[in-house]
Design a protein around this ligand. Sequence first.
Ligand SMILES: [Zn+2]
Length: 315
Amino acid sequence: MTTWTDHSPERPLALTAPSGIDRAAHHRLDEAWLAAAWSHPTTRVFVVSGGQVLIDETADGRTEIVMTPSFEAPPTESHRYFLGTDEEGVSYFALQKDALPGRMDQSARPAGLREAGLLLSPRDAGLMVHAVALENWQRLHRFCSRCGERTAIAAAGHIRRCAACGAEHYPRTDPAVIMLVTDTKDRALLGRQVHWPEGRFSTLAGFVEPGESIEDSVRREVFEEAGVVVGEVEYVASQPWPFPSSLMLGFRAQATSSEINVDGEEIHEARWFSREELEAGFASGEVLPPYGISIAARLVELWYGKPLPQRQGAF
Ligand SMILES: [Zn+2]
């Protein structure tokens, strides 16, 4: 029996591999500990700005985030995120700034998660996805949702407090379901969103609604977008997707009907593909595979049975 649960250690899903970082949340409210960690000589700091960090290649060809000791970091008190510590006790901080610092050498360059997530080590990818998620949340939650007053950053970037009404606001994560639906002939249902170019097909996806189970969300989204009825739903894997604050919950789903009726609003076109049809589509260039970093690509790949052709460039 095929198991669809995806824990392949040899080829981890981007942004989900164990980073080796202990988030050490118990230190976030300990100002004395944070101050000592910040000024410790081994502490590493990087700047996050607009979802980007500076990345660079090492002499041995690896790609890493450009980090500095705190004494070389640009001055900022208010937008300092404590991200955790590694096994050696090194502390990591991200500074949120309006712009990335000037490039320190010729090869360093700014990169967003969609590009860097595929290049960085699990440690750096984990640090970056944490920092980007916090930055997005901070940027969009400057005012209290209870009373409308301005809120202030606290807990090393993980809380926003409202002095006017005392409310504490925590970073939000929006669950979204993404599913590879197959029919009784083991064909995969792939759709093209309205704003996607001709030929780009991927799994269906959508947000979980209030008061809804994730299994029901899978069934509702597939029916809404493609008119296909889904029976069994099986969890595969998850992926943080902070664009701006999603957590993609990946599923395999079994269709109990095959007629397709696209909604025309989110999905422009949907088709059942056999493996042979998909392979032929890739070969002729008629079908473009999902981007390698996304859990969509992994879900398609698990069904397809071999790696998808790589797409050139970032999103
Ligand atoms: Zn308030």
